[in-house]
Design a protein around this ligand. Structure first.
Ligand SMILES: Cc1cc2nc3c(=O)[nH]c(=O)nc-3n(C[C@H](O)[C@H](O)[C@H](O)COP(=O)(O)O)c2cc1C
Length: 177
């Protein structure tokens, strides 16, 4: 596995974006996996070169147990036990043993002057952990707490996925031959 997309999603929107990012990457790099965060390994495969992490922005950053609980309640889902998100996964993630590029994205509501981004929070944690973080932080927009995604966001996510692969050595920038 050369690349891995890990995502968290309360209502499914970040999951859709993660799938589109994965599809874009897969066009250029067949060796890419997509995992929901609770199934993601704490120790990354030694051959991994690129990690992409996506999460919904909740309460101005990465989700916490309380915000996920609020989300489940909003979705009308029964609370069945402790939940697990990208924040907790990153805390447990073992630092890379060799250079691994990382990129992050989130979904959030486009509200002028409202700060906070799960993608920026995850990016900071990955940088501190020793990942090779470039400027690859992206937000995809939802129209409300439960979604849906704005028109065109899945196409944008797929194109972003294509462009991420060019971070890897030996991969050509998008549009180059
Ligand atoms: C508890 C809670 C807090 C939220 N806080 C924010 C916020 O601070 N900023 C924002 O833009 N969106 C906020 N949202 C909206 C989420 O970003 C939105 O639900 C998410 O993008 C949907 O993605 P998902 O379907 O993958 O969960 C919040 C949602 C919930 C449930």
């Amino acid at each position: 596995m050369r690349a891995l997309v890990v995502y968290e999603s309360s209502f499914g929107n970040t999951g859709q974006v993660a799938t589109a990012v994965w599809e874009g990457m897969f066009q250029r790099l067949p060796d890419v996996a997509l995992l929901e965060v609770s199934a993601a390994p704490r120790r990354l495969p030694p051959e991994l070169e690129l990690l992409v992490v996506g999460a919904p922005t909740q309460a101005f950053g990465m989700s916490r147990p309380k915000t996920r609980e609020d989300a489940l309640r909003t979705a009308g889902t029964e609370l069945t036990g402790p939940t697990f998100g990208v924040r907790e996964w990153l805390r447990e993630l073992e630092p890379p043993q060799r250079p691994v590029y990382a990129a992050t994205f989130d979904t959030r509501i486009h509200t002028p002057h409202v700060p906070g981004s799960a993608a920026v929070g995850a990016w900071r944690v990955l940088r501190r952990a020793g990942f090779e973080v470039s400027a690859e932080v992206e937000s995809f927009w939802v129209l409300g707490i439960r979604g849906p995604l704005r028109d065109g966001e899945l196409d944008r996510a797929q194109s972003w996925g294509v462009s991420l692969v060019s971070l890897l050595p030996g991969q050509h920038p998008v549009g180059a031959r």
